[in-house]
Design a protein around this ligand. Structure first.
Ligand code: 5GP
Ligand code: MG
Length: 176
């Protein structure tokens, strides 16, 4: 990013916080007695997952899966590689996938298919941001935070070339 580009706030930390709380209430209603495994898709979801689980006051477990789609710049290539780090048994468990943003839908589709094959009791999806204009494959979103415009967003876990994940607000970059 050149020195003349500007970061503009799309959603403030306050707005994000209210959205996370609302999602936590919806999730608590459905999962309070199910001991779910929340599965964060790395890396982008790490901030959202950390805030979300601290708003949930019932027994749950946390796991991670890495979904990397190697493409040029801000465009996903469509090829998604999955990596898991541990051996939490997923069979028979209630799984809730936690994603930062659903864009083309390819990453989440790949993760959901992988998890379904583990024969869990259920698999649902929670995403903070939904960018429906760019969808290429249909995705059922069970818990949706905010529907966002077709802009490339950074902050609150979202990166551009690994930068900006630490911004507390969700921003877009104005190319000047
Ligand atoms: P999809 O496979 O749905 O096209 O893309 C999902 C992944 O692409 C997200 O987990 C995220 O890492 C990345 N992505 C999609 N849209 C954006 C965006 O606006 N900003 C950033 N930083 N990443 C995005
Ligand atoms: Mg990503």
């Amino acid at each position: 990013m050149g020195p003349s580009n500007k970061l503009l706030i799309l959603y403030t930390r306050r707005k994000i916080n209210a959205t996370v709380r609302r999602l936590a209430q919806e999730i608590a209603r459905d999962y309070a007695d199910k001991q779910p495994v929340l599965i964060g898709i790395l890396k982008g979801s790490f901030v959202f997952l950390a805030d979300l689980v601290r708003a949930l006051d019932f027994p749950l477990e946390i796991d991670f899966i890495r979904a990397a789609s190697y493409g040029k710049g801000t465009q996903s290539s469509g090829k998604v590689t999955l990596m898991r780090y541990n051996r939490t048994v997923l069979k028979g468990r209630h799984l809730l996938v936690i994603e930062d943003i659903v864009d083309s839908g390819l990453s989440v589709r790949c993760v959901m298919d992988y998890l379904q094959a583990k024969k869990p009791a259920s698999v649902k999806l929670c995403c903070l941001l939904d960018k429906p204009e760019r969808r290429e494959v249909p995705v059922d979103i069970d818990y949706r935070g905010l529907t966002v415009p077709n802009k490339f967003l950074v902050g609150y876990g979202l990166d551009r070339a690994e930068q900006y994940r630490n911004l507390p607000d969700i921003c877009y970059i104005e190319e000047l």
